[in-house]
Design a protein. Structure first.
Length: 121
């Protein structure tokens, strides 16, 4: 009975992880600019790969493998947003601009505030 329950939960985790990975892939193809594409890849890709790691750890049935899967999941959750943020800032500084349908450019306002405060000194 427990084996059946573990198999069902593992299958659900695999399907959910594959679904999130599919959403990330669709977002990479459909979004118009680098920033929205990066958002799709980092958010949906992190959740999808994390769910797949949890499914592997649960299916293995070994506590050490499950602990490694949890550690990998935590690593993804903690590092993917930071790396996506740093890549987005680098892309903005290099010259990639927001799309035409973007409403607000916070970095432009941030850069102008820094430049005006430097001029005052």
């Amino acid at each position: 009975m427990i084996e059946l329950l573990v198999s069902i939960v593992t299958a659900c985790l695999i399907l959910a992880g594959a679904g999130f990975a599919l959403v990330a892939a669709i977002g990479l193809n459909r979004f118009p600019e680098v920033f929205t594409r990066m958002h799709a890849a980092s958010k949906a890709g992190t959740v999808g790969s994390g769910l797949l790691l949890l499914a592997v750890g649960l299916h293995a049935g070994d506590l050490s493998t499950f602990a490694r899967a949890i550690a990998g999941f935590l690593f993804f959750v903690l590092t993917a947003p930071v790396s996506a943020h740093l890549l987005a800032m680098a892309a903005y500084k290099v010259g990639y601009r927001l799309g035409d349908d973007s409403i607000c450019d916070e970095m432009k306002r941030y850069k102008s505030g820094i430049q005006s405060s430097l001029r005052q000194k």
